[in-house]
Write a protein that binds this ligand. Sequence first.
Ligand code: SAM
Ligand code: MD0
Ligand code: SF4
Length: 359
Amino acid sequence: MIHAANDVRDLCRRALAGGLLEEADLVTLLSARGDAAEVLFAAAREVRARRFGAVVFLYGFVYFSTYCRNECAFCFYRVDNDESPRYRKSLDEVVSICRDLAGSGVVLLDLTMGEDPVIHDDPGYAGLLELVAAVCDGGGLPVMVSPGVVPDEVLAGLRACGADWYALYQETHSPELYERLRTGQSFAARIAARRAARRAGLLVEDGILTGIGDTEADRARSIAAMREAAWEQVRVMTFVPQVGTPLADVRPAADEAELLAIAAMRLAMPRSLIPASLDVDGIRGLERRLNAGANVVTSIVPPIVGLAGVSQAELDIDEGRRTVAEVLPHLARLGLRSGTVTEYRAWLAAAHEGVEVPA
Ligand code: SAM
Ligand code: MD0
Ligand code: SF4
């Protein structure tokens, strides 16, 4: 144990000095417990401070269609689940929600959908492109799109409409585990879609799930794979069991593995944006994730308008606790502040150029 704590300390020192962490080193970091974990979190905060200062970016989340043709084992919105709320917001509704979110102080709008057959069966994806164009024109903010796997031309179309980001999470970079999670969906096609998005000029977010049969070795492999690809944003979320799904009875995991993975990603990918999602444990889980080295808060959802989260469909939403106003005091308590749209646009411009913005 003492041996492990010293190993973690050495690895953190190496990372802070700019050295490379091998996959085996990542396993050591992901195995840290107690004091060793605290050392890791402190190093992750130091790396974040050097690159980003006190700035944290706040992202608005709009789940505009909850219909889906897929059957991901972990997801509340898988096709055959009749317990999940299904809705499809109109273009006007989405534009108006985005305008309100923009007014509330977020710096990005994340337009997310299930693989809704109405949208995916339209060969040109005209409806999706029209929606994204309307939000890009109307919201005045950078836009991320999370539509699932779409053809290469559609990725180019999204960029042409003004989107900055494509989010598509592999969940795991271990093919056998992937097959159990995203049953019936091609592992290779998902990887290829992210690559095509980059070729189309979009910034890319990849991510993993934990607490779902993954081991430290699986997570280390994912982190190494995401580093190799140099994705601009990388995330980890703890699996939240969902009623009406095959994994409904899995015992929910605590958030330690997620926190360790956030910190290990921060050391391995100092330049990347790393979210603390409100969609796992709501507002009460926020400070722990920021203390592990996250520098983005995602899943800020406007109350009242009937929008759902993904892994926490309702948690904190209607009570207005997933809002900018609720997030700000937590940032302040940790000596952090929310980044402005101007700061965020500067970061995006540099990322599109492939250069780094000095903190
Ligand atoms: N349908 C698109 C897709 O799957 O790419 C876009 C939705 S994407 C935002 C949904 C993501 O939320 C998944 O990739 C997964 O990482 C995460 N997620 C879904 N259900 C979850 C759950 N029960 N617990 C934790 N994370 C979950
Ligand atoms: C989140 N619920 O940020 C959202 C979602 C999709 N790009 C993001 C998983 O936690
Ligand atoms: Fe559909 Fe996405 Fe849920 Fe999978 S994770 S079932 S693709 S909404």
